[in-house]
Design a protein around this ligand. Structure first.
Ligand SMILES: [Zn+2]
Length: 185
């Protein structure tokens, strides 16, 4: 998967859940189809120290998996919050994927700092890479994330300059002729 679509309403709901659970971590699953998250399911955090870790309650997890199955949803990602830290996977988050077989895509809500940050990560056996989140409203396709080529950059600059020059030329051509100023006798 090259990116994840999470619509603004769901992004806002995940941020709200994180704030409501703080100072504990909240956790759950993101369900959907293809690359788009269509539903989030909050699951109880039964970690011994829920302010520093999360562990999903097994029965709730099972219920959630059955629900996803009944709706024909894919399990796209897990989510959890970092009440006092940025949204970067901790060593235990990475270990959960590599050793315990949790979902390889994690969405983390970071509450440290002035704004709430939502970040998705793809964790493989050798890498931990950020996964772009699209909001599903703007036309964000993978090419959106590709840097512009030099030719595209020049095309943008040249078209900008030509537009500005045309605008100036048209404005000047529309100016009325200068009035004659009567000379004092
Ligand atoms: Zn974490």
């Amino acid at each position: 998967m090259s990116y994840l679509i999470i619509r603004p309403l769901i992004q806002a709901a995940l941020a709200r859940l994180a704030h409501e659970a703080a100072p504990a971590e909240c956790c759950g699953l993101l369900l959907g189809k293809g690359q788009e998250v269509l539903e989030y399911r909050l699951l109880p955090n039964v970690a011994a120290n829920p302010t520093a870790a999360f562990a999903v309650e097994p029965n709730a997890l099972l219920g959630c998996l059955r629900y996803a199955d009944s709706k024909g949803y894919d399990l796209l990602a897990s989510f959890h919050s970092h009440p006092g830290a940025p949204p970067h996977p901790s060593s235990s988050d990475v270990a959960a994927v590599r050793k315990e077989g949790s979902l390889p895509i994690q969405v983390i809500v970071g509450l440290r700092g002035p704004s709430t940050l939502l970040q998705a990560w793809q964790i493989t056996a050798s890498d931990v890479e950020p996964l772009p989140i699209a909001d599903g409203i703007n036309d964000l396709t993978p090419s959106f994330y590709a840097p512009l080529t030099t030719a595209q950059r020049w095309a943008l600059i040249v078209s900008g300059v030509v537009c500005a020059a045309l605008l100036l030329a048209i404005s000047f051509s529309l100016l009325p002729p200068a009035p004659t100023i009567p000379l004092p006798r």
